[in-house]
Design a protein around this ligand. Structure first.
Ligand code: SF4
Ligand code: FES
Length: 235
């Protein structure tokens, strides 16, 4: 079937602002959106750029806006769309566009680094490994599925209104260590997110949960941080 792809283009060397370009692709209903972008690049315009790597929803590199909704291009099939013959493909909102569908992810990863995305322990290192109970692992297991695709952060309306808001992905990473019983920096981690740019910036709008390609209940996890802050306040 013939599909029309209207794709955001921007080349900083020649364009003052973004524009849209139309391509016709001979596609199968079972093709992924990423397959179609590849066809366009390989057969029609080698200058079209976008990120992708694994093509299987693992690396998180090909989040973009497909017909108005944030999604991974490698996880969406042509037949999943009611407008199966017409697609509008745009870069992730919120971030500056570098070229075509590629955005600057640096602000996203800066916030991720800010929450210290690693285990902190002031206990003596064991001989082999720091064991974790299955029960404790269950608590933050959903956060382990995060592939840092930034879909949640790009879709979050709070993030769009406040540049300083850490955003759902960074807060989810904070959640992952706050609830890890082996981590001993819980107090400073909670203090770091106990403000309007942290956990309290979340207004439970659920957009992050709605778009997450890994089915992570992001909003609920952020709610668990808020509850723990309140519990600690009560003593
Ligand atoms: S929580 Fe989901 S949407 Fe957000 S970065 Fe992780 S995988 Fe992507
Ligand atoms: S290409 Fe890796 S998640 Fe889509």
């Amino acid at each position: 079937m013939k599909c029309t792809f209207i794709i955001h283009r921007f080349d900083p060397a020649v364009d003052e602002q973004g524009r849209y370009e139309e391509f016709i692709v001979d596609a199968d209903p079972n093709d992924k959106i990423l397959d179609c972008l590849n066809k366009i690049r390989w057969e029609q315009d080698p200058t079209l750029v976008y990120r992708s790597s694994c093509a299987h929803g693992i690396c998180g590199s090909d989040a973009m806006v497909i017909n108005g909704r944030v999604a991974l291009a490698c996880q969406k099939l042509i037949r999943e769309y009611k407008t199966a013959n017409n697609f509008v493909i745009e870069p992730l909102p919120l971030f500056n566009v570098i070229k075509d569908l590629i955005v600057d992810m640096n602000p996203f990863f800066e916030k991720h680094r800010y929450v210290r995305p690693y285990l902190i322990s002031d206990e003596e290192a064991p001989e082999k490994e720091r064991l974790q109970s299955a029960e404790n692992q269950q608590i933050f297991e959903p956060a382990l599925r995060c592939i840092l695709c930034a879909s949640c952060t790009a879709a979050c309306p709070i993030n769009r209104a406040n540049d300083n808001y850490l955003g759902p992905a960074a807060l989810l990473r904070s959640f992952r260590y706050i609830f890890d019983s082996r981590d001993t920096a819980t107090g400073s981690r909670l203090a770091q997110v106990d403000n309007d740019n942290g956990a309290w910036g979340c207004k439970t709008m659920w957009w992050c949960t709605d778009v997450c390609p890994k089915g992570i209940p992001v909003t609920k996890c952020l709610g668990q941080i808020k509850r723990l802050i309140k519990e600690k306040e009560k003593g």
